[in-house]
Write a new protein. Structure first.
Length: 463
């Protein structure tokens, strides 16, 4: 009996989902599960890892996926706890030999995340499952359990790129420009899209129905979007079609540094695809094909090219994680030699500055506006993220890990690899050949908010 388990960690969609495709292959029965991980509620600093906007986005994504699965005779089980512990317990009854004492083969499939917590979860899961399989074998035939990670959140395929063996990537260029040139020289070999399944095997006995999922609150993003935001595959596909429905992509390069919607650009000054990409409601390959299809119909310009360029930044940070993993997370980043100061010492030393920055009470009204928008909506533009990070790192001499942790708490589109990669880059501790990016805040305000519209808009809001 081939019992397959699909642990949805970050790819909440049915179409173009390589992890789902792998889980469906040869499955006699399929169990779909997501974990509301209690680690996200932990306070490593003075706040939880996951704030309210991110929780809401996650609830939207899981509820929508459950609806999709239900229409195919399946369901999404959402369990709560620390994934490495709660998941094996939840799966335990699958490991018990069946009445005729035949060996079960349980295969768990999940999206690969090359970041420390996610890797720890997987190690704990593997160890605990193999213990449980041994125990089940004592009263019959031991089940065979495997856990398989699939890179379903990537745009590029390791096998088709010149970075050495997929397991080591020893020739991966550390700097973005060299990475991009090498990828572009290979002509960006892109796989075809995988269709959403039309049918699925049912869940195993005893797992036929999931628990009722909590109703997700609406998201508060009306000013950055033209419509109420929903984080689901259907909403992501609709947004993608909307973005490419006219000529926005031909203006992207000149509008992408906008801070907010305006009469001239509407909310489409940037693609705003990040929330759907971060939760995997859209695959980057889907976005890539939509971009290419837009260019086939409307012509390719340097501006439309730039959307692919930015997707390659996302990719660059993912590949750096594959290559360097947890070693990127040192206080001194990937160039670290010394041991990092303990987190409680950093917080004690920086707590007054951190409170001013976090709550938008610095001496820069422009920065304060950004911090307030971030805290209140879970979203700020890319330019504003750069300014806010630079302010924390260079004006307050803040530890990058504390700044990045606050972004992790607040950002609706939080993505561990993009967030860490960008923070390290601006701090000059990652892949920036110039050794860091200090933004002149006054100049940024004059250039990107010359009339002070953005600053006034958010300075009124109380936190
Ligand atoms: C300090 C800091 C932290 C960040 N944290 C995150 C994060 O947690 N999650 C996240 O998705 N992005 C993060 N970014 C990158 C970027 O700011 C957002 O992806 C972008 O603002 C999202 O808006 P958009 O979809 O309209 O982007 P667009 O400008 O339309 O770009 C299209 C897509 O390209 C990718 N992209 C664009 N810029 C970057 C970049 N600099 N790095 C990586 N990918 C990029 C995103 O997937 C984005 O959706 C961070 C940037 C900074 C400076």
């Amino acid at each position: 009996m081939n019992i397959h388990v699909l642990w949805f960690r970050g790819d909440f969609r049915l179409s173009d989902n390589p992890t789902l495709a792998a889980a469906l292959k040869g499955a006699d029965t399929l169990l779909c599960v997501a974990v509301d991980d209690t680690q996200w509620r932990e306070r490593q600093w003075s706040f939880q890892r996951r704030g309210p906007a991110r929780l809401t986005a996650w609830q939207h994504a899981t509820a929508a996926l459950n609806d999709q699965l239900t229409s195919l005779g399946q369901c999404l089980h959402v369990i709560t706890g620390q994934a490495g512990h709660v998941l094996p317990t939840f799966l335990n009854s699958l490991l018990v030999p069946s009445g005729d004492n035949t060996r079960s083969h349980v295969r768990v499939f999940t999206q690969a995340f090359h970041a420390p917590y996610e890797q720890d979860d997987l190690r704990a899961l593997r160890a605990r499952l193999s213990e449980l399989a041994q125990t089940s074998g004592m009263c019959g035939v031991a089940a065979v359990v495997t856990v398989e990670e699939i890179d379903s959140g990537d745009l590029l395929d390791a096998e088709k790129l010149p970075f050495g063996k997929a397991s080591t990537l020893h020739t991966l260029p550390p700097v973005f420009t060299a990475f991009r040139h090498q990828v572009e020289r290979c002509d960006m070999p892109m796989r075809a899209l995988l269709p959403a399944p039309l049918a699925m095997p049912g869940p195993p006995l005893g797992y036929e129905s999931g628990e009722a999922l909590p109703r997700a609150a609406p998201l508060q993003l009306s000013e950055q979007f033209d419509y109420p935001l929903e984080v689901s595959e259907a909403a992501g596909l609709k947004h993608l079609a909307w973005y490419f429905s006219d000529q926005k992509a031909h203006h992207y390069k000149s509008t992408r540094n906008g801070l907010m919607r305006s009469a001239a650009t509407g909310s489409g000054y940037a693609t705003k695809l990040s929330s759907w990409l971060a939760l995997g409601c859209l695959s980057p390959v889907t976005v890539w094909h939509a971009l290419k299809s837009f260019e086939a119909d409307n012509g390719a310009t340097n501006s439309s090219y730039w959307i692919g360029f930015e997707l390659l930044w996302r990719e660059h940070f993912r590949w750096l994680h594959k290559r360097h993993g947890a070693s990127l997370y040192k206080a001194q980043g990937s160039v670290a030699q010394q041991s990092p100061p303990a987190q409680h010492k950093i917080l004690a030393r920086q707590s007054a500055d951190f409170e001013r920055w976090r709550t938008g009470q610095t001496d820069s009204p422009f920065v304060n506006a950004g911090m307030r928008e971030l805290a209140l909506t879970g979203y700020v533009s890319n330019r504003m993220r750069q300014v806010l990070a630079s302010f924390w790192l260079y004006e307050y001499a803040g530890d990058w890990r504390l700044g990045a942790a606050w972004f992790e708490h607040t950002l609706l589109d939080y993505d561990v690899m993009s967030n860490t990669g960008n923070w390290l880059y601006i701090a000059g501790l990652g892949s920036d050949p110039k050794g860091g990016r200090r933004f002149d805040v006054a100049w940024q305000a004059r250039t990107h908010d010359p009339q002070g519209v953005y600053t006034r808009r958010w300075s009124k809001e109380a936190l």
